[in-house]
Design a protein around this ligand. Structure first.
Ligand SMILES: Nc1ccn([C@@H]2O[C@H](COP(=O)(O)OP(=O)(O)OP(=O)(O)O)[C@@H](O)[C@H]2O)c(=O)n1
Ligand SMILES: C[C@](O)(CO)[C@H](O)COP(=O)(O)O
Length: 229
């Protein structure tokens, strides 16, 4: 299933505490974002990458794309202050027909695999919207402040990942409605859920971590070292 992908790299990386954009941090000799982009660069089904960056970092990303020969990044888009705004601005740069498939992926998730991408893209073609997710391993409490209100039934809980995949017309309609209703979600399918349209989970891998806090970089290094063994 051919697709284009919007790769998000316009964050601040505050929780990482590195004092710079975490997707520019070195991981085994290359920036995190290069590891992520290489997966799409080497996937024959990927027909183009829109890279969303901060305005003040666009030149730096252009240099990385040239240095590491990421030829499928044909368009850059400037991100916004929130992830959802960056997604919306990235989607505006996508050149696809309404029923074509677009993926949205966190640049901070470098361990995505072509096999998972293929499955989530195929599910989007079938259902209109899909996401990679993994069963929750911990017991999840809902609380008010630090007072527990209830324990959520674990067997029905999934931890959402990316890519999240869509027929272009579906995600465009979802963003339009979110602007009209001023809804802000923390992922992309949550906007489609508000259209009361089906969203299909595709079981992903626990390796598809999002590099968010310093501990995640330690895990990422271990993943790379194991790949090299
Ligand atoms: N305004 C934003 C915020 C986030 N992102 C991207 O969305 C992905 C997931 O966001 P997150 O992990 O929250 O990254 P940051 O916002 O950089 O992290 P933090 O919240 O700790 O600052 C990352 O690849 C990040 O670069 C983005 O493109 N634009
Ligand atoms: C989209 C996401 O990666 C799914 O788990 C997550 O919601 C992003 O959250 P963040 O706070 O923007 O990293």
């Amino acid at each position: 299933m051919d697709y284009q992908v919007v790769v998000l790299a316009a964050g601040q990386g505050r929780r990482m505490g590195a004092g710079e954009n975490k997707v520019l941090l070195d991981l085994a000799g290359a920036p995190v974002i290069v590891h992520t982009l290489r997966v799409f660069e080497t996937d024959p089904s990927c027909k183009g990458i829109v890279l969303v960056t901060r305005g003040d970092e666009q030149d730096q990303f252009h240099e990385l794309i040239d240095k590491y020969r990421i030829t499928k990044v044909r368009t850059f888009a400037k991100g916004g202050s929130e992830r959802q705004e960056s997604v919306r601005l990235g989607l505006e740069a996508v050149k696809l027909a309404p029923d074509d498939i677009v993926l949205i992926h966190d640049g901070a998730r470098p361990f995505i695999t072509r096999e998972s991408i293929t499955r989530v893209a195929k599910a989007a073609a079938e259902y209109g919207a899909s996401l990679l997710a993994v069963p929750v391993k911990d017991t999840i409490k809902q609380a008010t402040g630090l007072k527990v209100e209830r324990t959520l039934e674990r067997k029905s809980l999934w931890a959402a990942q990316t890519p999240q995949a869509f027929r272009l017309s579906v995600i465009q309609e979802a963003h339009q409605k979110s602007v009209e209703t001023q809804f802000m979600g923390t992922d992309d399918v949550s906007l489609v859920e508000r259209l009361e349209m089906p969203v299909q989970i595709v079981e992903g891998s626990y390796r598809n971590i999002k590099l968010t806090t310093p501990e995640d970089l330690v895990i990422a290094q271990l993943f790379i070292e194991r790949e090299e063994e």
